[in-house]
Design a protein around this ligand. Sequence first.
Ligand code: ADP
Ligand code: MG
Length: 363
Amino acid sequence: MIHIEHLSKQFGDLAVLRDVNASIEAGEVISVIGPSGTGKSTLLRCLNLLDRPSGGRILVKGQDLLDPATDVAALRRRMGMVFQSFNLFAHLTALENLSVGPRRLLGVPAEAAREEGLRLLQMVGLGECAERFPHELSGGQKQRVAIARCLSMQPEIILFDEPTSALDPTMVSEVLAVIRRLARQGMTMIIVTHEMAFARDVSSRIFYMDEGVIYEEGTPAQIFDAPQRPRTRDFIHRVRSIRCQITSAAFDLYAIFGQIERFCEKHAIPPERENTLQLLTEELLALLTAGAGPVDITLTIAFAEGSRTLEVRTDSGGEPANPLAAAGSPDDLGRRLIEGYADIQYRHAAGRNQLVLTLKDAR
Ligand code: ADP
Ligand code: MG
């Protein structure tokens, strides 16, 4: 139903979408997850041509969205969009909100539009609210009217952009229940959401977005139980992290200590563990910057909120060699210190030496 090929979108110098590729079949429910700022809304807005893509192709049922000959208004009608903020017409009743589009844009006679509007309001559980104005409805009710209004235009695809994130927590489930029902009825939907349990339950596939691409995709079981790539894993395990680039042996260790301190404060990590993190960082960076070659290190401090595991990770250039291997180590004391406080994993991947030190005192 939808083919996305090499889609890119730039805002000035900022490349938000770099190379998005996907195929979505009719009847699929896709949940798009990922950190904020990774282009999830931009992807939906490009699909609906609310934003003009910078490059690539989008085919909807074989029709090229970016072809100047395409009737954009007709296409938007086939693709409904539900936003975080309900965007209802404030001066119209719930029922009028539903009937105005079909009457004006689809040419449906007033009485038929009214009947269909009532049917849809009943379907979303709001049969009794037809004559109410938006200000007389709760957030959850407004969002259900917005979904019904979207359905009134008889879309073939519905795009949801965080449909529950503006809602009071008590109202989230009533809106999700309506979306679940649409899924059961076979509606094709793309849903940007932070509701992981819901995404897992309702979706045929999950797209994890990061770095301007669909960084990993798979079934809910694949993505939630066995994510393959590092950023997906961190996101699923709710890992919080900070990163520093170190490009010279004369790097500012105390500035890094300051960052570690703020990170620990933010995540309520106790002082003993903060001290261990700083010690491991100092010893590891001393080892990695001891040689004569160029210094090219990315340091990451990572904290998993669920298990409270702490890691010091480095990713560095140079010859493939484990800097903590007993033999080659120029500073044996440093290495033994590190072994006392952390479990060490080394691998060489993508031309880089990668070390992960996991603090032993997980609590
Ligand atoms: P997400 O929905 O994943 O949180 P968005 O798609 O909203 O991310 O935004 C991705 C990036 O694009 C952000 O850095 C945001 O500031 C930027 N962005 C979004 N819309 C615009 C715009 N109209 N002009 C400039 N930058 C934008
Ligand atoms: Mg967004």
